[in-house]
Structure formats: structure tokens, C-alpha cells
Design a protein around this ligand. Structure first.
Ligand SMILES: [Zn+2]
Ligand SMILES: [Zn+2]
Ligand SMILES: [Zn+2]
Length: 374
């Protein structure tokens, strides 16, 4: 799985999540990169007339600076207004909104409502309704990402470790599902939140998949794991396509090469990975960054998706996350040149293979499909 968070889990990628872990990845381990090309630019079509202020410049008059926007939310009455409007099917009048608020003083209530109008709340002829930024706030709150911590202690699920075939186990922790092999060292062995070792860290760490607490609602452990894969894999695919999963700006990919790599016994003592080449991904606009296996850079490539779907492996909503993870994680690597960097990764499903040559931005420059029956 991934390592960090997102990606890792799925695919496995990288190792640990950001802070903790293994390679200090930024946020998710899992995420990886891809070649960024496409991303940038073009995207100017904002929906619904919102203003974009790509470089911080031209904001519309009604768009507050970020600190003002967050300050406007730091109040129970105002958050209550946003939730009430989020649950409403139609615009609400002042008195309807006030009736649903805890605050009785209408002058005070009006003061707070006024702080939201313009950016988070639209005032129309029919009443008050959420503006798009207000919807985003309510969605974030309802995802539980900010406030709730679900309970899921280590539980066996119906999927098997791709290294040894033993059943895997998952548990919830800190905004994500952590995956472990019940028998072998997994992808990362005990390289798991090293600063927390005194807690008696289990071995067999296979990666971590981020998912908001809401993702565990109404799902069995196995279903939650698959949901987390899809949730995180969409981020990986975005990164692979050069798009920041948080802000949509272009991301860049850097090869991270272990100089003293020795993975004869599984994990390299130096980089704690199986492969010598990993990828670092960072956003050119926001603070998002992460690291993971080099496959993160190429998962959105058509030829790799072809190889997978030719073998009934669905990279977006797989039946077995370990099955698709095996493809993303168990590839061969050859560093052909270090300056400039060029490497070749060979992915395989059964007897069919796909070699992908990447440049120093982890951009795919050549592919070669080698099938057993071709
Ligand atoms: Zn195992
Ligand atoms: Zn190494
Ligand atoms: Zn970003």
C-alpha cells in the first residue's frame, strides 16, 4: 500500500505518512506523482462565476483574504447558520434562519449572519443560501475530518498480503486506515511511525490510506478498506496527471534515489524501501507534498491502465486492493542514467509486461508492452 497516506495504502506506496514516517513524506505516502504535464494552465474555467485568483492577485471585491475568511468561521452561531443552510433544500428567510438558531437576540444574530454574507452565504431575492465556499466548509465539517475519530481496532479483512498470501488486517488511526500483514514484514516492516516505537509498534506494515471518518460509516472493515483505496487512488491519479489533489494547481515530480540501496533482504536499511527510486511530489501552489513509489508518477498512464484492465484489474475500484497494489508496487527498476536521471520501470501482470522509461521529471518518454502471447 501506500506509504504515506493516500497512496500508500492503496497501492502501497510509500511508506509512512507524512509525519511519521518513513521517508518523511509530506502527506500521503501514497501519492505519487506522475508527470505533470497537463496540469497547469489551462484550467481557467471556473464554475459559476467564481473568481479565481491564481496568483493572489485579482480577487473580487467580495472575496476575503484567507485569514479573514477563517476568522469569519470562528463562531458557533455562524457555523450553525452554514449547517442550517446546508441542510435546507431551498433559500431561507432571515426569520427562518433565526428560528433555527440558538441565538435569540436578533440584532446579534444579524451581526453574525452579516459576517457570512458575500463569501460563504449568498443573499438572493428568495432568502439566504450557501455560496460555493460555504458548501465546501459544510462538506468538510460533515466529512468528520476535523472533529470525529471513528473506532476501528485491528480487524482482519477479506484480502490477502501480496507478499506472502496471509490475511491482512486494518485499523483506523489519525485520519486513515493502516494496513498490516498478519504474518510477514509487509512493505515497510517495522518502519512505521518510528517516533512512536515505544508504543510497541506492530510489524508487517503495508501502508496507509487516508479517508475521512465519514468513510467508515455504514461499511464493514473490508468495504471501508476498498473505499479508502478508491478515495486515495483518485488523489494518486490526479497527481500522476500533474494535478494537486488539494488545490488543483500543477504538481511537480522529483526522483528520489537511494545512493546505498540494498534490498536483498526485503527492505533497504538505508532508505527502508524495496526500490531504490522513489518519487517526491510537491505542489507548485499550496503546501501539499508527498512521496511514494515511483509508480505514483505513472499510474494514470494509458498503457499501464491498459495492462491492468486487460487482466480484469480495475485500478479505481478494485475487488482486491492488494491485487492492484501488487502491480503498482512490485515492479522492476533499472536506473539507466543519473545525470540526467533516466529510469525504466517494468510492470507485470501474470506473464504480460510493460516497460516504461521516464525522464528526470518522471515523465514517461517511452513504453514497451511485452506480452507472453505476442
Ligand atoms: Zn505478508
Ligand atoms: Zn535504499
Ligand atoms: Zn496544491
Amino acid at each position: 500500500m501506500t506509504d504515506g497516506d493516500s497512496q500508500a495504502e492503496h497501492g502501497d506506496g510509500a511508506a509512512g505518512d507524512s509525519g511519521d514516517g518513513a521517508e518523511g513524506d509530506g502527506e500521503n505516502g501514497a501519492d505519487a506523482s506522475v508527470d505533470g504535464g497537463a496540469a497547469g494552465s489551462g484550467a481557467t474555467g471556473h464554475a459559476e462565476g467564481e473568481t479565481a485568483a491564481p496568483d493572489g492577485g485579482a480577487r473580487e471585491p467580495s472575496t476575503p483574504a484567507p485569514d479573514e475568511a477563517f476568522a469569519a468561521l470562528g463562531n458557533e452561531t455562524r457555523m450553525g447558520v452554514l449547517r442550517t443552510l446546508g441542510e435546507a433544500d431551498e433559500p431561507l428567510s432571515f426569520s427562518e434562519l433565526h428560528d433555527r438558531s440558538e441565538m435569540r437576540d436578533s440584532g446579534q444574530f444579524n451581526y453574525h449572519l452579516d459576517k457570512l454574507v458575500g463569501h460563504f452565504v449568498r443573499k438572493t431575492g428568495d432568502g439566504y443560501a450557501l455560496a460555493r465556499p460555504g458548501r465546501r466548509v459544510v462538506e468538510a465539517v460533515l466529512s468528520g475530518a476535523v472533529t470525529d475519530a471513528p473506532e476501528l481496532s485491528r480487524t482482519r479483512v477479506d484480502d490477502a498480503c501480496e507478499y506472502c498470501g496471509a490475511p491482512i488486517e486494518i485499523r483506523w488511526r489519525d485520519g486513515g486506515i493502516e494496513v498490516f500483514c498478519s504474518e510477514c514484514a509487509g512493505t515497510y516492516g517495522d518502519n512505521y511511525r518510528p517516533q512512536l516505537r515505544e508504543e510497541g509498534v506492530p510489524e508487517g506494515f503495508l501502508g496507509r490510506l487516508s479517508i475521512p471518518p465519514a468513510g467508515l460509516q455504514g461499511r464493514t472493515a473490508s468495504e471501508a478498506l476498498r473505499a479508502a483505496w478508491t478515495w486515495g487512488n483518485l488523489e494518486m491519479l490526479a497527481m500522476s496527471a500533474g494535478i494537486c489533489p488539494r488545490c488543483s494547481a500543477p504538481v511537480e515530480h522529483d526522483p528520489l534515489v537511494c545512493e546505498d540501496h540494498d534490498a536483498e533482504e526485503g527492505l533497504c536499511p538505508s532508505c527502508r524501501r524495496r526500490h531504490a527510486v522513489a518519487v517526491g511530489v510537491f505542489c507548485t501552489n499550496c503546501i501539499f507534498d508527498t512521496a511514494g513509489p515511483a509508480s505514483l508518477a505513472v499510474v494514470a498512464h494509458t498503457d499501464l491502465i491498459d495492462l491492468e484492465t486487460d487482466h480484469d484489474l480495475n485500478p479505481v475500484a478494485p475487488r482486491s486492493i492488494r491485487g492492484i497494489n501488487r502491480v503498482h508496487e512490485h515492479y522492476e527498476e533499472t536506473v539507466r542514467s543519473t545525470d540526467p536521471f533516466e529510469a525504466r520501470f517494468t510492470f507485470a501482470v501474470g506473464d504480460d509486461g510493460l516497460a516504461m522509461t521516464v525522464d528526470d521529471d518522471l515523465r514517461v518518454v517511452e513504453t514497451d508492452r511485452t506480452d507472453a502471447d505476442r
